[in-house]
Design a protein around this ligand. Sequence first.
Ligand code: FA5
Length: 337
Amino acid sequence: MGTVSLESFRVDVERLRAEAVAVLGAAADDAGLEQARIEFAGAKSGRLKGIQKLLGGLDGADRPEAGRLFNEAKGAITAALDAAQVRLAGAAAEAAAIDVTLPGLPFRLGHVHPITQTIRRVQEIMARLGFESVDGPEVEDQWHNFEALAIGAEHPARDPLDNFYLAVAQGADPLLLRSQTSTVQIRVMEQRKPPLRIVSLGRVYRPDTADATHYPMFHQVEGLLVEPGATMADLKGVLRFLASSFLGGDVHVRFRPSFFPFTEPSVEFDMEWGGRWVEMGGAGMVDPAVLAAVGYDPAEVSGFAFGLGVERIAARRYGVADIRDFYRNDVRFLQQF
Ligand code: FA5
């Protein structure tokens, strides 16, 4: 008769197995795992070894079943040991992958595009002279882009080759991407009574071939003042103030005779800055016919208007030789501003 019963062996083996699996599963680091390994699976005095020794005390008939129970428990404990090793190795690799002492990646901040900076600067300068900033639509009808500005049906400026007309339903009034911001003069005068001082900065579109001074989409500054007694001297004074404030230093403004259908007289104006004359835009006294067309009395009020290219004045101010650079989206160029 053996000294150990099969039942008590079974209880001991199961208890050891459950305890070992729990402890190995909870091992938090290599040292803890090694300690648990020695305790349960140590070759000399591990507890598994202790249980194994009990086998000798069992009845011969019970030994095969007891051996099977033992091998099963040993297999489960070995598997739990392997799993714990894999788990801790993975955690170590993960910890090594994040080096918290490395300097962080620099966070790249963007900034306002130089053309937008220019627009805001011009708005701010004109506001000092009492010019309110207004917007107009980029998709226009023929009335605002041409007719109200005395650009008649036969005028070459209306040529489809010189404009971006939009496809509209047959019979509907043609629409186009505005070719100038002078449209906003009309839109404002249609809705307000004089006196008024407005400035409008926005995109305009012309099928021009892109070169150093042209782009098919560009921006214009439109200024309009309508008051009793406004003269060309006022126009020159305003342009000179704008140029000096924008470019810095004393800037001279020169008028050259020109023609626009909606101003009379009309001029092109140049600015002298850094010893060079540069063409900036067109201007003139608002034609009395235009004033009358929007319901103003030309005997009571007169006005002046001007329009200039934002890319041109931005290029001048920042020393940019080619306005196409503004639209290449090259961060190395843009981050200089
Ligand atoms: C006009 O567009 C008139 N509406 C200006 C005006 C306003 C006259 C009010 C009288 C009263 P013009 O077509 O010349 O005029 O254009 C004005 C300016 O826009 C030019 O001097 C130039 O600076 C700029 N510009 C014209 N075409 C381009 C282009 N393709 N790319 C960049 N800038 C351009």
